[in-house]
Each structure stands twice: as C-alpha cells, then as structure tokens.
Design a protein around this ligand. Structure first.
Ligand code: 9MR
Length: 473
C-alpha cells in the first residue's frame, strides 16, 4: 500500500499537465448529444448488465426481466450498457452464433418495452477465458504456451506473460496474426447487421477497457487501437449507417484521469459522424483499496476533475457525445455512497450519460442486495434527471441536499416532443414545483405519478430555456 501510494502521486501530477495541453473548456454547449427519434437530446442513466454474463456458458446475464422492471421503476433508468462477448458471437473462426444473438435480442426487447435504450458492450477482461479472463474465444487466444494464471486482484492478470502475448498477437505487434483484428471487425459487422433496425439499440461500444499488451499506453492508442476502431467502424458501416459507434480509450491511465491518445476516427456514413466516446472512471486511490475519506478523498476529487477535463478534450477532438460507460465501488465501504454522488455530479456537469458498474446483486457493488432487494446504493442512483431534452443542453445540475434539479437548453430545429424529467419518490414524494425562464403561461407541464415522469413543453423563443425543479410542498 505504501508503494502504491507513492506511485499514485505521479499519474495525478501528470494528468494535470496532459489535460491542460488539450484545452479544458466545458459548458459552452458545443458538445454533441445522442438524440432520440424526436430529435431530443438523451441524458442516459443506467447500469452495466451484467458481470454474471462473463462466465455464463450462454453469455446471458443472471438478470431476469423482473429486475429490469425493478430498476426502471425504482432507479428510473432509461439505459443499459449490455455486455456481449466475442467468444459467444464467433465461437469458431468465421462462424457466428445467431441463437446467441436471438437471446441478446430478447433481452434488448425487455428494455425496449420500457422505453429504455441499449449500448452493446463487447466486453473483455484479461483477454479471454483461455487466459483466465473473459471475452475472446479460445481459437483467437495465442499464448505461445506462456502462463496466464488467475490473479488476485484480477487486474494483475493483465501482466501475466501468456496474457501479454495473447494481446500482442491480437494487436499484431508480433506481426504473426493480422487476421485477428479482421475477425474482430467482422464479428462486430455481424452484430450490427442483426441490430441495425432495432430502435432500442443506440450503438456499439467496440471494446471494453482496451489493453495494449507490451505496447505502452499512448503508442498503443495512437496505433493499433485506433486502427482497430477505424477498421471496425468501416465494417459496421457496410451494414448499418445509423447506430453510434462508441470508442473506449485505453483503460490503464485514462480511467485515472490521464489524457487519451486516440486518433479521431473517420465515419464513412453520409451526413454527420456518429462516433461517441465511452470512457470509464476508476480513480487510482480507490482502485488500490483506499476509501473515499481523508487524503484519498482529496486525491480522488482531483482525479475526477482531471478526468473530466481530459475526457471532454478527447470528445471534442472527435466531436463525440460522452457516455461514462463504467463507474462503481464496493458500496459497503466508508465514503462509498458519497463517492458515487461525486461521480454523478461530475458526469452531470459534463451532461454525459452514465452507466454504473454494475447491476449484479451479489458483490457489494450494485444497487441490489443478494436477495435482490434494494441496497443502500439504490436511493443514491435514484437521482432526478431530464431523460430527454427538447433542444441542445447547455447546463445540468442536481443538488441532492436541497433536491433541486436545474438545467438549461437552447432550441434546436427539427425537435418534436417535450422535455421529459424523471423524479424519484424519495426526493419528490408529492411531485414537483417547476419554474421555467419562459414567460408564465407559455409552457405546459404534465406529471404522471405512476411513471414519475414530468413532461414540460416550452415555446420556441430562440433564447436559452432554464428549468428549475424542486419538490412540491
Ligand atoms: O466486478 C467485476 C469482478 O467481479 C470480476 O472479477 C472482474 C474480472 O472479470 O471484473 C470486474 O468488473 C470490472 C469490469 O469487467 C471492467 N471494469 C472494471 C470492473 C470492476 O473492476
């Protein structure tokens, strides 16, 4: 721990420098948003579903439809980062498992039924089962006979010799396996073909927490990782011109607030690019077992600020909307709930989507206890937010101490439909009092206590609208 603490200071000091060199402005409204069929900007909130899929032979998470219903009702989620795996998509080279994709489609329909959106995440940790991780099929795992033993903590598996070699072959750093990246891109093409016309699917998160094997961080991102993203985007566009392609940076370093070296990816679709950015945040002080208290809280807060600047800079370079694809913590630890609130307000200030790690009910991290009843985290995740905004969002903030939700947006042509806000019963037991910057009488609101959703229609004024929502007395 002492060594780890010493190592800690270095990346955090570096992150400030790296982030500054990319420029650091936020909040000027030039960020992009994923929009719905009515052109409204979506603010996405949901859970990663689920870690249990990693080891299930059929690749399905242990998360029945009743749990989707429970989270949508209690947490107000409108989004899921749904785990899929290469080993299930392409169990034999060039052979795809369409029964697997049918099962995925059925799960997606559970979200669709509730008006929720899905980002498919091609998950991997520590390469694949053949290196004691998950994700890649055994046929695509070349360790050259080197050991890849399971480690505790699991992240150390990334530096097992056999795991490093499997990644080096995948990225073709070794020059021996140029076919593997092609397989990966084509596996995604097959997935995209299956879901291109499914309106609940927003897009594709191309690779979970990429790791460059022996190739160091920035060189890895600028080189083979960006190359894979370009190649995969092109493969997807052969069959699907409309879904968003989400990029993740390298995990090590960027999850701690360092800048990413990803190149901008060229989207061959006609019209505006649809490339999104879906980084994770796992501040190093907590990653190495610290609690969100004392000096580790201070360094974590600094990490969150550096992370927010670095992520915003990368997103601007790509003109990409941002979804925080993972953040999470063992919420039985002191300070954990406060940490979650800090991340939520950081992501809010960025008007980014957010997916909590994870929906699994049995590891102390999720919003559910092992008997699937809500854990102490549930009311923290059940946070008021505008699900869809009828324009371009420019500001978003929720103050949980006063239960005040404030957001601003500008009119945008081609938006139909009204702004939809979800309000949790804990903070808004009797509904809400709304004030809007528009002239009284020119906007309309309706409250549906059943779905806890407030709909607000504002006139087109050409000016910025600001809406403030507080609990009704
Ligand atoms: O929480 C997950 C843990 O139970 C698993 O052992 C581990 C290895 O598969 O993965 C953990 O989930 C991680 C996710 O896959 C990637 N981002 C970080 C998550 C938390 O460590």
């Amino acid at each position: 721990r002492a060594v780890a603490a010493a190592v800690l200071a270095v990346p955090i000091a570096l992150s400030a420098v790296e982030a500054a060199s990319w420029g650091t402005t936020t909040g000027d409204g030039t960020l992009r948003y994923v929009t719905d069929a009515q052109g409204r900007a979506l603010i996405l909130r949901g859970l990663n579903t689920a870690s249990s899929a990693k080891s299930a032979p059929d690749g399905m998470p242990d998360y029945p439809e009743s749990m989707v219903e429970q989270e949508h009702r209690l947490l107000g989620t409108n989004f899921v980062r749904f785990l899929i795996q290469w080993r299930n998509v392409e169990p034999r080279p060039g052979r795809y498992d369409d029964v697997y994709l049918d099962n995925v489609a059925e799960r997606i329909s559970w979200y669709a039924k509730r008006g929720m959106y899905v980002m498919l995440d091609m998950h991997q940790d520590v390469y694949g089962p053949a290196t004691n991780g998950n994700g890649a099929p055994a046929w695509a795992t070349n360790t050259d006979g080197l050991a890849a033993k399971a480690q505790d903590p699991w992240e150390l598996g990334y530096i097992q010799p056999g795991t490093l070699r499997a990644f080096d072959h995948f990225w073709n750093t070794t020059g021996q396996h140029p076919e593997l990246r092609r397989h990966y891109a084509n596996a995604w093409k097959h997935v995209a073909q299956r879901f291109a016309d499914d309106p609940a699917v927003l897009g594709y998160d191309l690779m979970n927490e990429p790791w460059g094997g022996t190739l160091p961080g920035l060189a890895f991102e600028r080189g083979p990782l960006s190359d894979l993203y370009q190649q995969t985007t092109e493969a997807i566009r052969e069959v699907d011109l409309n879904k968003w392609v989400f990029l993740e940076p390298r995990a090590v370093g960027v999850n701690w607030g360092l800048a990413s070296g990803l190149r901008a990816i060229d989207d061959p679709r006609p019209g505006e690019d649809r490339i999104g950015y879906a980084p994770h945040v796992y501040p190093l002080p907590l990653d190495i077992g610290g609690q969100y208290t004392g000096s580790s809280e201070k360094w974590t807060d600094r990490t969150l600020r550096a992370w927010s600047r670095a992520v915003t800079a990368t997103a601007r370079r790509q003109n990409a909307p941002i979804i925080l694809g993972e953040f999470g913590i063992d919420n039985t630890k002191p300070g954990a709930l406060q940490f979650v609130r800090s991340v939520q307000s950081t992501a809010e200030a960025m008007r980014a989507g957010q997916a909590y790690w994870s929906a699994d009910p049995n590891d102390g991290w999720g919003p559910w206890n092992s008997d699937k009843t809500p854990s102490e985290l549930a009311p923290v995740l059940a946070r008021a937010y505008p699900r869809a905004i009828a324009g371009t969002p420019t500001r978003l903030r929720y103050d949980e101490t006063t239960a005040t939700l404030t957001f601003s947006f500008r009119d945008k042509t081609a938006v139909t439909g009204s702004t939809e806000v979800w309000l949790p019963p804990e903070d808004f037991p009797r509904g809400a009092t709304v004030t809007a910057s528009d002239a009284p009488g020119s906007w309309r609101q309706t409250w549906d206590p059943e779905s806890r959703s407030l709909s607000i229609s504002t006139p087109r004024t050409g000016r910025e609208h600001t809406i403030t929502i507080t609990p009704a007395r």
